[in-house]
Design a protein around this ligand. Structure first.
Ligand code: COI
Length: 353
């Protein structure tokens, strides 16, 4: 099925106010956005319009009962031609629909997602930063739009996409606090989805960690708080002498697309990568034994960032100064090379627009 998408171009482009040398993260929005509505039985009114406020009823069900899901993806400028390259967008489409099913929301057909996305990026291509470390962050999302009070799935929904030119989300190696009191997700819950509530619930523990001098929380399993899961914004990798370990996925972890790309890339570069349980005790013991070389974290917004050290039970463990960054250096430049069209795209991950 193919959808008709109407386009209303802005009469007042803001591109002249955009300074690609000074971007920041998440505060500048491109000229247009894509919108489509689920009317209870089908997706309708697919359109690209100037970026701007949405008009919503105060009773909008997403605001009260939390049927709200989103994705984060990026487009990178080809190093030589400047052409926007979407990085693995269909993986985001699949994950959005996994979130939608769990939250009793309608799935978005692949062609609605991809056609809306590509038309939007085509129109706002001039916003894709060509600068070192810059990219276009793309935010597809869906939320319940019934104006209704009562806990039941909404009948109507809005699916939307907007974009932000961005620089780095984190600008330095992070100190993370191993969380032993609060939990991000429980077995059987919604931890594997990108629902808005997961992030809302993380803010209090993150604030507490920041008050203690850390940058982020390292979530552990909700039952014993002994197994590493993910940080507040990323997945995590630990590099030992001859193997790289990342916590195995389950229904309490988000299946990061950068995580998957890094696993495939590391194997392509000849490293052994194992997805298994990783305990805080193993991190501490193998750090003490000189076997833990580095910890790094991966996410769409964060890309790949090193961990300076971690705090556990009021003790701080320095990692970066004791280790080396050979593995993260090599996977980072391999991935950056693919994303900017400089390295052969061996897995066919880029979709040029
Ligand atoms: C992303 O990495 O895209 C996220 O949604 C996480 C958030 C830090 C922006």
């Amino acid at each position: 099925m193919s959808f008709e998408i109407t386009i209303e171009k802005t009469q007042n482009s803001r591109i002249g106010q955009f300074d690609p040398e000074n971007i920041g993260f998440g505060k500048i929005f491109t000229d247009h956005m894509f919108l489509a509505q689920w009317n209870g039985s089908e997706w309708t009114n697919a359109r690209i319009v100037p970026y701007g406020p949405l008009s919503l009823s105060p009773a909008t069900s997403a605001i009260h009962y939390g049927q709200s899901i989103f994705e984060g993806m990026k487009a990178f400028a080809h190093k030589k031609t400047g052409q926007p390259l979407l990085f693995r967008p269909r993986e985001n489409w699949k994950r959005l629909n996994r979130s939608a099913e769990r939250m009793v929301m309608p799935v978005v057909p692949e062609d609605l997602f991809m056609d809306g996305l590509k038309k939007l990026i085509e129109l706002d291509a001039a916003w894709v930063p060509q600068t070192e470390g810059g990219s276009l962050y793309i935010r597809p999302y869906m939320f319940a739009t019934d104006d209704f009070i009562g806990v039941k799935p909404s009948e109507t929904y809005m699916f939307a996409i907007f974009c932000c030119p961005v620089g780095p989300y984190y600008t330095k190696a992070l100190k993370i606090k191993v969380e032993e009191e609060f939990s991000r997700a429980a077995p059987g819950g919604v931890g594997f989805t990108k629902c808005a509530g997961n992030y809302g619930a993380s803010m209090y523990p993150t604030m507490r960690a920041q008050q203690e001098g850390y940058d982020q929380v390292l979530w552990t399993d909700p039952i014993t708080h002994t197994l590493v899961e993910e940080t507040g914004t990323t997945n995590l990798f630990a590099v030992f002498h001859n193997e790289v370990i990342t916590p195995k996925l389950g229904n309490t972890l988000l299946a990061g697309i950068t995580r998957d790309s890094v696993i495939q890339g590391l194997r392509e570069l000849g490293h052994s990568v194992i997805e298994r349980e990783l305990s805080v005790a193993e991190l501490k013991d193998r750090l003490a034994a000189g076997e833990l070389k580095e910890i790094f974290i991966t996410g769409t917004a964060a890309t790949l960032i090193r961990i300076q050290g971690f705090g556990h039970a009021s003790t701080y463990y320095e990692v970066l100064e004791k280790g080396d960054t050979q593995v993260s250096d090599s996977i980072k430049s391999w991935l950056d090379g693919i994303r900017h069209g400089e390295t052969e795209d061996v897995f066919g991950w880029n979709e040029p627009v």
